[in-house]
Design a protein around this ligand. Structure first.
Ligand code: GAP
Length: 449
């Protein structure tokens, strides 16, 4: 079903390139298929999202530990996890247009040679029978390219957590229930990547595995569902654009006993799509790793003098996909009262904005640039700020609006006389006169939401 929200993807791609949020990878060589690079503002935005996740999931709690496991793992890990046998998509080729499609997504796909046809109209196309295609990237460890030295680029970060379960539990002396969280790159050789950074072949996941006593798993599952939805809302995502989607029996992954996606409405024909999965993985992973490694991965419950393999509740969210949701949610074009030209605004949550304040001298004379430069240096000790003296003041405001900067500070003639500055708020356009030496506290107060 088409979304009531406009499709802003093309406008966002262009804004992101123009202002240095996101560039196509290896652009000067014609680009690499569905791989993207984060520019100066994009890297700040994504880092702010990852920092919020790390704080909510690790630093702000005493029952979740952090981890940074390596991308390359022992190849047996992926046999145990089920990825070698089962992490496949059914692939069909079209002999006419040479396009490649997922057999299970044909209903939503369009023939590239006949885009005027509606999605799913394939009667006149020469499609091959589906064949299973494994999504894991393979490479070789060491100098010899032979099957004995083959390794995979991890398709999820979760397995690094399972194989370290005992290491983390014993070194931290955590008691169940507790979790392990990590942020890291994952790689999937997707058949149909696309929609900007929505589905790419290299991406970042923020995953947490929470180890619980069997029987308490559904209570924890419900708790994590609620906590994770609250996290997305706290980023400023519009509540009307967020919803849960429960996986049916047919949709459940091989490891899952129950699963919900948190979906965001990306607008246009893309509409509601998964940004995060919350899964009850039971004891599938630890049991399989016990079997394949021959090492015990159970937990000793001292008070009750018994051992058991914990059940796992997983929360798994893509850092890039949340970045896209945040950008789509923030993008707006609006009319400004009393002005002929409208403006484009990224209404980013202040804590996510790459630049917190723009600092402008009204004109390039009368001591204003010097005052504004000193003020910028002072503010930069605690916040990322941006000094700009080029172009009209209106143009400078517009540039900051477009990159989501919540405040603009202007140094004018009055500043030199009484040491006060004007602070303009991005969304309300309200202007406050503030003493320059009170500015760090003024900003800190408003950015601590
Ligand atoms: N460990 C469980 C797991 O990986 P998943 O549903 O396959 O579950 C979790 O992936 C999240 O990772 C997704 O909700 C999405 O945000 C992100 N993700 C998965 N594949 C992606 C891709 N090709 N590009 C960008 N993000 C992706």
């Amino acid at each position: 079903m088409a979304s009531p929200h406009a499709d802003v993807m093309d406008k966002l791609v262009s804004l992101c390139k123009r202002h240095g949020f996101i560039f196509q990878s290896s652009e000067i060589y014609g680009g690499t298929g569905s791989v993207w690079d984060y520019g100066p503002l994009g890297v700040e935005l994504k880092r702010n999202i990852k920092d919020r996740w790390w704080h909510a999931m690790v630093r702000g709690r005493d029952d979740v530990e952090g981890l940074d496991a390596a991308i390359l793992m022992h190849p047996r890990v992926w046999e145990a996890s089920g990825h070698v046998a089962g992490f496949t998509d059914p692939l069909v080729d079209c002999k006419t247009c040479k396009g490649r499609f997922r057999a299970d997504k044909l209903a939503d796909a369009r023939c590239p040679q006949k885009p005027s046809k509606r999605p799913g109209e394939w009667e006149t196309c020469a499609l091959t029978a589906p064949r299973q295609f494994n999504l894991m990237f393979k490479t070789f460890m060491g100098p010899v390219e032979e099957s004995a030295s083959m390794v995979y680029l991890r398709p999820e970060t979760a397995q690094g957590i399972y194989v370290n379960f005992v290491n983390v539990q014993q070194s931290t002396r955590q008691k169940i229930p507790f979790g392990i969280a990590q942020i890291g790159k994952a790689f999937r050789n997707e058949i149909t990547p696309g929609n900007f950074i929505f589905r790419t072949r290299e991406f970042e996941q923020m995953e947490m595995q929470f180890f619980v006593e069997p029987g308490t798993d559904m209570t924890w599952f419900d708790q994590w569902k609620a906590d994770r939805m609250a996290w997305h809302l706290a980023l400023g995502l519009d509540p009307d654009r967020l919803r849960f989607h429960e996986h049916s029996k047919e949709e459940l992954a091989h490891y899952a006993r129950a699963a919900y996606d948190i979906e965001f409405d990306f607008g246009g024909s893309l509409g509601f799509q998964e940004v995060e999965g919350v899964h009850n993985r039971g004891d599938f992973d630890l049991t399989r790793h016990q079997e394949y490694s021959g090492k015990k991965l159970d937990y000793f419950d001292q008070p009750n003098n018994r051992r058991f393999v914990p059940f796992v509740i997983e929360t798994s969210v893509g850092a890039d996909r949340v970045t896209l949701a945040v950008l789509v949610n923030a993008y707006r074009e609006e009319h400004v009262a009393g002005e002929a030209e409208g403006r484009t605004v990224l209404g980013l949550h202040p804590t996510l904005a790459p630049i917190k304040a723009g600092v402008f001298p009204l004109v390039k004379k009368d001591g204003m640039p010097e005052f504004a430069t000193r003020l910028t240096a002072e503010l930069r000790r605690t916040q990322p700020v941006f000094y700009d003296e080029s172009g009209s003041i209106g143009r400078r405001y517009r540039r900051q609006d477009e990159v989501g900067t919540p405040f603009c500070v202007t140094v004018d003639g009055q500043t030199i006389a009484d040491q006060t500055v004007t602070v303009r708020e991005r969304d309300t356009l309200r202007q406050d006169r503030v003493a320059a030496n009170a500015l760090p506290a003024y900003l800190a107060d408003r950015l601590a939401v």
